[in-house]
Write a protein that binds this ligand. Structure first.
Ligand code: HEC
Length: 218
């Protein structure tokens, strides 16, 4: 008799615990379920445009941290601001709305661009293509990259700027993609410098003035 009472008590207690934890079957509740592991479902956060005392200036939206790129910041100015998400030659190397490569650099090719281009070329391209762009970089010397393109190949000299931009941006064969590493204006600057390298190989003494030739042969 005593045992029976014990068993009854256990059953009642278990049922009470079950109803407390799982609720009454078929009964809807607006209360959040009991969570053994919260799984980060709810976290402390600041609501947009609501005053708070977490940040010294009381705003929940803070200026972007240093070194990050703001989507709303223009990548270049070209007759107005150009944004990274726009389908324009500067970002894609293609005529807007098509997959046709643009023939020439959309940015002005001036001394500043060439100097920036030389710097960026020497950082990103020389390891494989060599300082002259002839494909004799350190990677060939130490034997880790057997066939690097010679940028003075007629095929590459005749390539449109847009196609070279595409190669730099997305990579090709063993060459990696430099789009994620270099800004679009820097990639165009490298192209301008590559063209200067190519021109330097294609030049002939006949194109020089008499004085320049004299200086060369001295
Ligand atoms: C890690 C080595 C490496 C680096 C760094 C590198 N390239 Fe290349 N590049 C290659 C290789 C390898 C090829 C040949 C790819 C192929 O045709 O499969 C190539 C091909 C090319 C071509 C010819 C593409 C074509 O369509 O045939 C161009 C142009 C070029 N690279 C430009 C650059 C520029 C500009 C940079 C610097 C931003 C650069 N490369 C950095 C290895 C490299």
């Amino acid at each position: 008799m005593r045992y029976l009472l014990h068993i009854l008590l256990v059953i009642v207690a278990t049922a009470a615990a079950a109803f407390t934890i799982f609720g009454i079957p078929g009964h809807l509740s607006r209360k959040p379920p009991l969570e053994v592991f919260p799984d980060m479902d709810r976290q402390a956060k600041l609501r947009p445009a609501q005053p708070n005392d977490f940040f010294p200036n009381g705003l929940s939206s803070q200026l972007p941290p240093a070194g990050t790129v703001v989507r709303s910041a223009p990548v270049a100015t070209l007759g107005g601001p150009v944004y990274a998400y726009q389908d324009v030659p500067l970002n894609t190397g293609c005529v807007a709305g098509t997959t046709n490569f643009v023939p020439t650099n959309p940015l002005p090719v001036d001394a500043a661009a060439l100097s920036r281009g030389r710097e960026q070329f020497n950082i990103y391209c020389t390891p494989c293509h060599g300082g002259l762009g002839d494909g004799n970089g350190i990677t060939k010397k130490i034997g880790v990259m057997p066939a690097v393109a010679n940028l003075h190949d007629q095929r590459i000299v005749e390539m449109t700027d847009g196609e070279i931009f595409n190669t730099i941006t997305h990579g090709k064969g063993l060459m990696g993609a430099y789009g994620p590493l270099m800004t679009a204006p820097d990639r165009w600057a490298v192209i301008a410098y590559t063209r200067a390298l190519q021109l330097s190989w294609l030049g002939s003494p006949a194109e020089l003035t008499a004085e320049q030739r004299a200086a060369l042969t001295k």
